[in-house]
Design a binder for this molecule. Structure first.
Ligand code: ZN
Length: 151
């Protein structure tokens, strides 16, 4: 046995090294990232299309927190935030219905970056400790793009 056990043995020592671990803990960050999947459209460079978005939010709490934030609550807030976008495509120019998707007007061109900013503005007031929102365009193909907005 030896080596594998000794690598982690300090984690299980009841005293002594525990103090050193606690000191180190004060410099660490404890975060939770929750994600939901949702489909809506956006119009970029005049092209309307949808994505199977993955919408993520990351919350930071004290590094000794038992739970930074209940994941269910965070997921519910994400679902609520993007619910109005279902069945719509985000656009700064109304060009009418597209494949059954209704236009939903936003201020600027609805790039993924702009949607991340909108999402931040929706979530930040309601979620203390929010440090990042992210949009993954899709995980269903052989490529995947992510935009993250964080502080
Ligand atoms: Zn797109």
């Amino acid at each position: 046995m030896g080596e594998e056990l000794s690598l982690f043995s300090h984690c299980f020592e009841p005293s002594g090294t525990q103090g050193r671990l606690d000191a180190r803990m004060g410099q660490m960050r404890l975060t939770i990232t929750a994600a939901i999947h949702a489909r809506w459209g956006h119009r970029v460079d005049g092209l309307i299309h949808t994505h199977a978005w993955q919408v993520e939010a990351t919350v930071e709490g004290p590094d000794d927190a038992d739970i930074v934030m209940p994941a269910d609550d965070l997921e519910s807030m994400l679902t609520e935030a993007v619910a109005p976008w279902m069945g719509h495509y985000l656009t700064h120019e109304d060009v009418g219905t597209w494949k059954g998707f209704q236009p939903l007007l936003v201020e600027k061109e609805a790039t993924v970056e702009e949607i991340a900013r909108i999402l931040w503005r929706l979530l930040e007031p309601a979620i203390p400790g929010l440090t990042e929102v992210a949009l993954v365009e899709s995980t269903e193909f052989d490529r995947c793009r992510t935009v993250r907005l964080s502080r």
